[in-house]
Ligand binder design. Structure first.
Ligand code: SF4
Length: 327
């Protein structure tokens, strides 16, 4: 019988799930994901974590508990230090497997593959082989799984560049016929970590809400890398966190080109990197004064009504600015 590998539907699930799934499937394992975030998952995560942890980490821990209850053989919690040369991810990703082991007792075996591309050295392949050997002894099969995973990652990113959100791209890769209504007359850049805006429970389906209100929504994943880099080149100083770099670069790109009607940032309460990135962007937009900017902070107590009211008010402001409504 094939081994079951659990993948929590949280944090970088939204950035890498299709590739991770292909890798484990190629090794003969069955991949099980945790359920959608719900009150129980949040409550379990909040109860198990220290108060100071950011919301996405609390949610992640809740998803790990969900997988434990599903009776999987392994839970995949990679130790992600860096996903590109000369940039790091936030320190929470580096310590995630250790943090989870300390917080949740009686877990199945954690697969803590170390991903560190900071120096672009060969350590990643060693880690891939170490991980693969839990399932098969044939190295060629492990390499094949890895290359198929890379192919899948390229395909996944290509779909998102066509205007699909990570959730929609995942569904499309799973064979669903996904139709995106992304044709509003107001263009909005929604600059945030995918795990903050793709989890419909913690962010109230913000992408679809904005689309329903008549916005064409750009998320970070939909923006070409060269545009982000164009923005970064204009910054007085780059961020050494990959996702902070992308958010700042995209923000600066839209500010320079004036090709969106408004910008919304979403950050999680308790997130150190985002408090800095968001504050910098807000200052740049205020100084320029041409494009409306709104920042939203979410936590485990955020209510739907509060978010919706702010989105509606922001959309009204953009319509008023375009002369479409009179206030
Ligand atoms: S970047 Fe912020 S939200 Fe993401 S894991 Fe780190 S502290 Fe949490």
């Amino acid at each position: 019988m094939s081994k079951k590998v659990g993948i929590p539907k949280a944090l970088l699930y939204y950035n890498f799930y299709p590739a991770w799934k292909v890798f484990f499937n190629e090794l003969g394992a069955e991949v099980i994901t945790s359920g959608n975030t719900c009150k129980k998952i949040i409550d379990d995560g909040v109860k198990s974590c220290v108060d100071e942890a950011c919301l996405p980490v609390k949610v992640f821990v809740g998803h790990v508990i969900d997988l434990k209850e599903k009776g999987v053989d392994y839970i995949f919690i990679p130790r992600i230090v860096s996903i590109e040369p000369k940039k790091y991810l936030c320190a929470k990703f580096l310590g995630l497997p250790d943090m989870v082991k300390c917080l949740v007792p009686d877990l199945p075996e954690i697969i803590d593959t170390k991903i560190d591309l900071y120096k672009n050295d060969k350590s990643l392949m060693r880690e891939i082989v170490r991980t693969g050997k839990k399932f098969v002894s044939d190295k060629a099969k492990i390499y094949m799984g890895y290359y198929k995973a890379l192919e899948m990652q390229n395909k996944f990113e290509g779909i998102m560049k066509m205007g699909f959100s990570p959730n929609e791209a995942i569904k499309s890769l799973e064979g669903e016929d996904v139709k995106v209504i992304n044709n509003g007359n107001l263009k909005i850049a929604l600059l945030a970590h995918s795990y903050d805006i793709m989890d419909d429970y913690i962010c109230m389906g913000i992408v679809d809400r904005l689309r329903e209100m008549g916005a064409f929504v750009y998320t970070i994943e939909m923006i070409e890398k060269n545009k982000i880099e164009m923005g970064v080149r204009k910054l007085p100083k780059d961020s050494f966190w990959t996702y902070g770099h992308d958010i700042l670069g995209a923000g600066q790109y839209f500010l320079d080109n004036k090709n969106v009607d408004g910008v919304i940032t979403v950050s999680a309460f308790g997130c150190g990197p985002d408090s800095l990135i968001e504050d910098l962007l807000e200052r740049y937009y205020k100084r320029d004064g041409k494009i409306p900017f709104m920042s939203l902070t979410i936590d485990e107590h955020t209510g739907e009504a509060g978010i919706l009211t702010r989105l509606e008010a922001f959309m009204d402001l953009l319509r008023w600015k375009k002369g479409e409504i009179v206030i």
